[in-house]
Every structure is written in structure tokens, then in C-alpha cells.
Design a protein around this ligand. Structure first.
Ligand code: 7GP
Length: 870
């Protein structure tokens, strides 16, 4: 039946309602309107920034209409929803993506032109939303785009940091300098809706007193307010516009009036400061969970030192998100036993693992549900994705800190140990005995593996030591319905290394794989519009079809044989190189040789990703060129090597690697003997927007982690989708990319994962000097030490990581790496064959759409279905 109109005259409401802009004249009207009213400006004094702001506000209006309808539709239909909890969302820019997804790109381009502006200039005005470090955060952003595009009822939950990932400057000596990223300082952010009416109180510290009925009373301590900001996430060519809810922390009462009255002004201000501090800044660490800095000379991150603030961020965000989820569930009016039929919660790595004890707390203490039923609800609702097997990245929280900050959650963690029949074990009981009750029943682990004390210790939620620590991956594993890795090899490694004991105990079926994906909207259509247009023209399908059904790229395969098509394909690559060269010219004032092969490695700086291997290979190439005769050099294909990436502020070796790259580039680029054949650039301040310029220009890109260390990688997918060929190790998603595009279209090298452990053992106990193991590399190291790139002493700590135990196996892989690059040179000589490889690579990348990945999560984990907004 038709619903009754809620208030006033229905017709007046309908007449007054605005609809989404669809033609050029409504677009220009709405832009002019915002110039005049929202910005209080006119044609006379409007600059690019103002024009961008007005156009963005106009698009915002469009988004809001769809967003409103979508949210109302979801509320009415009350389908099962999924919530993606991620401490990072690396969104990049929004304007162009919103236009694409709304199907309004042409209208806005024309409208903006009519108003006397250039669309490219306006797009450049927007600042990246860089609320993430790297792969994990960008994956979350791709998944939001795909969820909305596939019309799935998925919300993201995260934090609204005042400062995103730091801005990277490079000093003349090659030192990375960090500067804050006040991305919100430019005034109002048009892509978010402040929802000051949606807020929750979050408690820290205080005391938790157990009650006889199994509940507990947690009181006292500090209370802060979580306020919602909603970021609209439009789906591609659909009305569905999902929500990313970001929380901002605020003091519960502006000032503590009591202390203010008592004249303690400083204390009053301090308490308000500490509440606001919770969401002030994104932690810049990647693959490590401490901030230990051996190098405090740069921008001071000292307010982040110590782990408490990071744990506060995690709890603040989890608690607000769960309160919101539970409130929305309660509005449906169903009993809590049906909670898992309406809610799925995906943990993006272990950062939101506190969701498990927090949901237990809500169910037990607030909803008065008995332990066993509550645990059933939790373990049917929560899912956990692991993103790394590097031991230093596995989160652990000191028990004393947890007890102090979250006393009730620590009780619950101990109780999980006690109650979970499937898990409790001797070691846990010992820990628990010290705290409270005596337990007599023998545990399931003990029954299944009697007397296996090592296993019990390995599996414990609490790691022994001073202090004891809570192992978050173990908690996430036992509290979840499914656990997955992010590429096939990685998911196998999760099962055979960090969670091996849990697989043996709980069985295989809980553990699975969802290979990562990337959104072809941003990573093909937006970043490479010419290639996108060529694909549509060739396939004779509108992009609205193939961008949402990426396997259609297979239709390009026959055209690899078409000379004309190959010409167009190559010409686009060439223009993308020129676009990058133009960018480097205007931002850095450097001229790039666009007739060279473009060779790109862009990712966070980390020893396991082995930018060192790349720069040492570059130096080797330089030395080889120097030794050649002029005649020999004539036969060499010119190459430009690009690096970009940030190092964690406290990661000394990673910063030293940047320094080596910058100084090697300085010497090599200035050498008249070789500079036509080899140049090197370190592009500062890597970001999503910079990636969008770099990726379409590459001939080859490097994904050269020590085998078994890179969980998946996602930029490898972006390069290949844009027709760049992959140079890589047999690691992460490289393996599946090779399977998809064909082994003859990738350049693989290096030792395989099963060999790595033995090799490391040899390096530890039977070390062989570099001179013996790899003379070519030894020569490169000697040149660096000898001062070829400035004071050699500076690089000793970096070089020593290789000369000493070489944990990441540079010496083991160097020769085959150089070999692979020689194969690249060989292959590049045959231009036509090279272009064919490039076309075939793109054509076979359909599997790596994040639409495929998100549908796997939706179908096999969350059991949610599309809810189309009509
Ligand atoms: C990254 C992995 O290193 C990368 O291989 C993967 O493609 C990406 O996640 C998305 O799954 N991990 C992180 O960014 C990270 O911070 C530690 O992991 C928690």
C-alpha cells in the first residue's frame, strides 16, 4: 500500500524537490548558483579553486539525493548488511570519480568549459583524502567503490583523522622530511556530511566490577564523544550510493566546568585536548606496530610514541561503530538471536579486533544475554582478513595497558579463554588462575593434543613474557566465522605458518582465500581515459558495460594481431609517458626522456619490498654502461627508472634507501656518457593521485619482494590492467597474474617461497661473503662504500644488512634479477611483439576487478545480496 505523506501538502513538497542534474544547462545553473550563494562570489573574482568548489558543491547535491534515497531504501527493505571496519581508507580524489559514477562527466566538462574554465585545471584543485598508509587502505577504498557499484548494502566505518599520511619532502641530501597533511584545512569538505546528531559516548579506563549474574559494571574513567561524518560513496552507473561513516572524537562536555570553576584552567583544557587527540592523526607506520624511532631529528611524532593512543584509536572507533550497528539492528525489531542474519562485520586486519570483546560486552552487560549465546552471535557475525605474515607486523597489546585502558574487555578476553570449549587450554588457565576463578575441566586443545605443551603455549591468546601480551591475530581468529588471506599463496602461508595450529585444531573449512582486486573505474577509466575509449570502441560496447564486467576485456585478444590497433595502443602509451614527463617537468623542473622504456617501482619503502635490489640493479646497469664502448652503447635501449614511496618516519634503513636512490640518481643523471641511456627519478610525496599519472605510463613495473613476504600487492594489478608488463618474484598476486596473462608475458626471477627459510638459516649459521656468493653485487657495494654517491660511510648500515645476515636475500636473488632485466631488454627490441604482450596482458586481467573480489566476500562470507535502488 501507499504510505501516508508525513507532513504538509504533498504537492508543494514534490514541486520543491530537486532532482539529479542530467543536462548541461542544469549543471551550469547549479554551479552558478553555488558560486553566488555558497561561495558569495561572482564571475569577476572566481579562480580555479573557487570554480572547483562550486562544481564540487553541485555534484555533492547530486550525490546527496542518491545517497538519501539509498539509505531510505535500505532502511525500508531491512536486508542483511555488511560493515567493513578499516582503520584506513585511502580514497584519493573524489570529484572525477563521482562524475564518472553519476554518468555526468561529459555534462560537467561542457558546462565548466561554457563557464570559462578547464576541467583538468579544476580536477587538480582537489586535495587527496589520504587516510591510509598503503595497500590495506587503498584496498578498502576499492572495495567501497565495488560494493556500491554492485548495489550491495555495505557500509564502511573508519576514523576522520585531522591529518592523513604525512607529506614527504626530500632534502637536497636525499633525506626524507615529514610534514603534516592538514587535508581539511582548506575549508569545508564537500564530500562529507557532518552528522552532529549521530554521536555516541565511549568510555576508557575506570573499573569493571563483576556481578553475580555474569554481567559486569564498567564505570568511571574518561568518557569521550564520537561524532559521525558520512562520506558518500556512489556506485558506478547506479543510483546506489553507499556510506562511509568516519568518527571524530570530541570532549564529552566542551570543558570540564568543575575544574574550570576551581580555577584549574590548564587541566580543563588538557582533558579537552586529549579527547580531540584521539582522531587527530593517522599512524604512519606500515607493517610494524611500534613507533620506536632511531631517528628523531625530523618532524616530531613524539606525541604518538607509546602505544596507548593507538589502542585508544582502535577502541574508540570499534566502540562507536558497534554502538551504531547495534542501534540500527534494534530498529528492525528482531531478537538478538537473529543478529547474524542481519549483520556481517569484516575486520580489515587485526586493528578492529576489539569488536569481538566489545560485542560480547554489549550482548552480556547491556542486553543481558548469557555467555554461550553471546559467543554464538559474535562468532557468526565477525570475519577476519589477514594482510601480512611478517612477524613484526602482528599486533600484540601489553596486558597491563589493556587492563588499565579497557578493564572490562580484558576480563572478557580472559573469559573467552575460560569458556570457549573449542579453545581453552592449560596455558590460558594458568593466566586466568592468577586473575580469578579455578577451572577444573580439561580443555579441548588438551584433549585433542594431550601433553603438547609447546602447542598450548603457541596457541595461547596471551603471550608469556614481561609484560604478557594479547595476541590480536589469535583473538581475531577464534572470534571469527571465517579467516582469509588476500592471494592464494598468502592464504596458504596463513594456514601453514601464523595460524597453523588453529587450522589443525578447527579444521580447514574456516580458512580460505579471497584474492584482492582493484576498481577498474579509477584504475583504468579515470587514470587512462584514452585507453578506456579505445577499449570501448574496439569491443563495440559502452564502458558502462565492460567497466562492471571486466572479463569482457578478453574480447581484445584477437586485436593483438591487428597492426592498426597495435599502433593506437602504442600511441596511447606514448602519450601517457608524455603526460608523466609533463608532470615531472612542471612539479620538479626536470626533463624526462620519453623515448626511453619507463620502469616503475612505487610502493611503501620497506626492506621486504626490496627497493634496495632495484637501486643496486640500477647502479650495476650504470657501471656496465660506463664500461661499454660508444659503439656498444648505441645498441642499448634507453631506460628511465622511477621510484616513489614513503618510509615510516622511524624506519631508519628505509630512509637510508631513499637517500641512496636520490644520490645515485644525482650522479647517474649528470653523467654525459650514459645520461641518454639511463636516468633515475625519485618522485617525492607518493599518493593515489601521483599513482594515477605513473601507472598508465609504465612499460614495466617492479614487484620484487622476497618470496613469501608480499601478501598480495595490488599495484601489480593496476600496472598490468594498463598494459604495463610485470617484473617480479614468485610472490603474492604476481603468481595469479602470471597464471591469468600467461607466463611468457611476465618476467619472473628469484628463489621460491619454500627455499627462503633454508637460505635464511644458511645466512645465519654458514654465512658466505658477498664477494663469493655474488661478485657482481659485491662490486656495486664496493662502489657505494667507496664514495661514488657521496660519503660512503653514510650507507654502511644499509649495506651491512646485506653483507651481514641478508634477511631479505638480496645476494641470493641479485644475479637472476639482473638476468630478468636483460630478458626485458631483449624482449623490448621486438616492438611489435612487445605491444602484443601489452595488449594480451590487459585483455587477461578481468579476474582482478574488485567487483569479483567483493562478490566473493558477499556470497561466500557475508551472505548478502544486491539491493537495487530504483
Ligand atoms: C598490505 C600487504 O602488504 C599487500 O601485499 C596487500 O596487497 C595489501 O595489504 C592489501 O591486502 N598490507 C598492509 O598494507 C598492511 O599495513 C599490515 O598490513 C597490517
Amino acid at each position: 500500500g501507499k504510505e501516508k505523506w508525513p507532513r504538509g501538502d504533498e504537492n508543494v513538497w514534490k514541486e520543491g524537490s530537486r532532482s539529479v542534474n542530467t543536462d548541461v544547462s542544469s549543471v551550469t545553473k547549479s554551479i552558478v548558483n553555488h558560486v553566488q550563494t555558497s561561495l558569495a562570489r561572482q564571475a569577476y573574482n572566481l579562480d580555479n579553486l573557487g570554480a572547483y568548489q562550486a562544481a564540487a558543491l553541485s555534484v555533492r547535491d547530486d550525490l546527496i539525493l542518491n545517497w538519501n534515497e539509498t539509505q531510505m531504501h535500505y532502511t525500508r527493505k531491512a536486508p542483511k548488511r555488511a560493515y567493513y571496519l578499516s582503520l584506513e581508507f585511502l580514497m584519493g580524489r573524489t570529484f572525477d570519480n563521482a562524475l564518472l559514477n553519476l554518468g555526468l562527466k561529459d555534462q560537467y566538462r561542457e558546462g565548466v568549459t561554457k563557464l570559462g574554465f578547464n576541467m583538468e585545471d579544476l580536477l587538480e584543485q582537489e586535495r587527496d583524502a589520504a587516510l591510509g598508509n598503503g595497500g590495506l587502505g587503498r584496498l578498502a577504498a576499492c572495495y567501497l567503490d565495488s560494493s556500491a557499484s554492485q548495489e550491495l548494502p555495505v557500509w564502511g566505518y573508519g576514523l576522520r583523522y585531522q591529518y592523513g599520511i604525512f607529506q614527504q619532502l626530500i632534502s637536497p641530501e636525499g633525506q626524507q622530511l615529514e610534514q603534516p597533511d592538514p587535508w581539511l584545512a582548506g575549508g569545508e569538505n564537500p564530500w562529507e556530511l557532518p552528522r552532529l546528531d549521530v554521536s555516541y559516548e565511549v568510555r576508557f579506563y575506570g573499573t569493571a566490577e563483576r556481578l553475580p549474574d555474569g554481567r559486569a559494571l564498567w564505570q568511571g574513567g574518561q568518557e569521550v564523544l564520537a561524532v559521525a561524518y558520512d562520506v558518500m560513496v556512489p556506485g558506478c552507473y547506479t543510483k546506489n550510493t553507499n556510506n562511509l561513516r568516519l568518527w571524530e572524537s570530541k570532549p564529552k562536555r566542551g570543558f570540564d566546568l568543575n575544574s574550570f570553576n576551581a580555577g584549574d584552567y590548564e587541566h580543563a583544557v588538557e582533558s579537552s585536548n586529549s579527547a580531540a587527540a584521539i582522531t587527530s592523526v593517522l599512524y604512519p607506520n606500515d607493517h610494524t606496530n611500534n613507533n620506536e624511532s632511531r631517528d628523531r631529528s625530523q618532524l616530531s611524532y613524539t606525541h604518538l610514541v607509546g602505544k596507548e593512543l593507538r589502542l585508544k584509536q582502535q577502541y574508540f572507533w570499534t566502540a562507536a561503530s558497534l554502538a551504531d550497528i547495534v542501534r540500527r539492528f534494534k530498529n528492525i525489531g528482531k531478537p538478538f538471536s537473529e543478529f547474524p542474519d542481519y549483520v556481517a562485520i569484516q575486520l580489515n586486519d587485526t586493528h578492529p579486533t576489539l569488536a569481538i570483546p566489545e560485542l560480547m560486552r554489549i550482548l552480556i552487560d547491556e542486553e543481558e544475554i548469557p555467555w554461550g549465546k553471546a559467543w554464538d552471535i559474535v562468532t557468526n557475525t565477525v570475519f577476519y582478513t589477514n594482510h601480512t605474515v611478517l612477524p613484526e607486523a602482528l599486533e600484540k597489546w601489553p596486558v597491563p595497558l589493556m587492563e588499565h585502558l579497557l578493564p572490562r574487555h580484558m576480563q572478557i578476553i580472559y573469559d573467552i579463554v575460560l569458556h570457549d570449549e573449542g579453545f581453552s587450554c592449560k596455558v590460558h588457565r594458568q593466566a586466568v588462575l592468577l586473575k580469578s576463578t579455578v577451572l577444573t575441566k580439561s580443555s579441548a586443545v588438551e584433549k585433542k593434543f594431550p601433553g603438547d605443551r609447546d602447542r598450548l603455549a603457541r596457541m595461547s591468546l596471551i603471550e608469556e613474557g614481561f609484560p604478557k601480551q594479547v595476541r590480536m591475530a589469535h583473538l581475531a581468529c577464534i572470534g571469527s566465522r571465517k579467516v582469509n588471506g588476500v592471494a592464494e599463496l598468502h592464504s596458504d602461508l596463513v594456514k601453514t605458518t601464523i595460524l597453523k595450529d588453529f587450522v589443525e585444531f578447527e579444521g580447514q573449512s574456516k580458512f580460505s582465500n579471497v584474492t584482492n582486486g582493484i576498481t577498474p573505474r579509477r584504475w583504468l577509466d579515470q587514470c587512462n581515459p584514452e585507453l578506456s575509449a579505445l577499449i570501448s570502441k574496439t569491443l563495440k560496447v559502452d564502458k558502462s558495460v565492460w567497466l562492471k564486467d571486466l572479463d569482457r576485456l578478453k574480447g581484445l585478444l584477437p586485436y593483438a594481431e591487428d597492426v592498426e590497433f597495435r599502433k593506437e595502443w602504442a600511441a596511447i602509451k606514448q602519450r601517457n609517458k608524455e603526460r608523466l614527463a609533463h608532470h615531472v617537468e612542471t612539479t620538479l623542473g626536470l626533463t624526462v626522456n620519453t623515448n626511453a622504456m619507463f620502469d616503475v617501482q612505487i610502493k611503501r619503502l620497506h626492506e621486504y619490498k626490496r627497493q634496495t635490489l632495484n637501486i643496486l640493479g640500477v647502479i650495476h646497469r650504470y657501471l656496465t654502461l660506463k664500461q661499454m664502448s660508444a659503439a656498444e652503447r648505441k645498441k642499448v635501449n634507453p631506460r628511465v627508472v622511477f621510484f616513489a614511496g614513503k618510509a615510516a618516519p622511524g624506519y631508519y634503513i628505509a630512509k637510508l634507501t631513499i637517500r641512496l636512490i636520490v644520490n645515485a640518481a644525482r650522479i647517474i643523471n649528470a653523467d654525459p656518457d650514459t645520461r641518454d641511456l639511463l636516468t633515475v627519478y625519485f618522485l617525492p610525496d607518493y599518493s593515489v593521485s601521483l599513482a594515477e599519472v605513473l601507472i598508465p605510463s609504465s612499460d614495466i613495473s617492479q614487484h620484487i619482494s622476497t618470496a613469501g613476504t608480499e601478501a598480495s600487492g595490488t599495484s601489480n594489478m593496476k600496472f598490468c590492467l594498463n598494459g604495463g608488463l610485470l617484473v617480479g618474484t614468485v610472490d603474492g598476486a604476481n603468481i595469479e597474474i602470471a597464471e591469468a596473462v600467461g607466463e611468457n608475458n611476465v618476467f619472473f626471477f628469484g628463489h621460491l617461497t619454500p627455499a627462503v627459510e633454508d637460505l635464511r638459516y644458511q645466512h645465519m649459521y654458514r654465512p658466505v661473503p658477498v664477494e663469493e656468493k655474488c661478485p657482481a653485487l659485491a662490486k656495486v657495494l664496493d662502489k657505494i662504500s667507496g664514495g661514488m654517491f657521496g660519503d660512503g660511510g653514510v650507507y654502511e648500515p644499509l649495506l651491512n644488512t646485506i653483507r651481514q645476515n641478508d634477511y631479505y636475500l638480496i645476494t641470493e636473488d641479485f644475479d637472476s634479477y639482473i638476468g630478468a632485466l636483460e630478458m626485458v631488454d631483449q624482449a623490448y627490441l621486438d616492438k611489435e611483439e612487445w605491444i602484443k604482450k601489452s595488449i594480451r596482458t590487459t585483455a587477461n586481467m578481468g579476474k582482478f576487478s574488485s567487483d569479483r573480489a567483493i562478490l566473493e566476500y558477499a556470497e561466500s562470507f557475508w551472505s548478502i545480496e544486491p539491493v537495487k535502488v530504483t
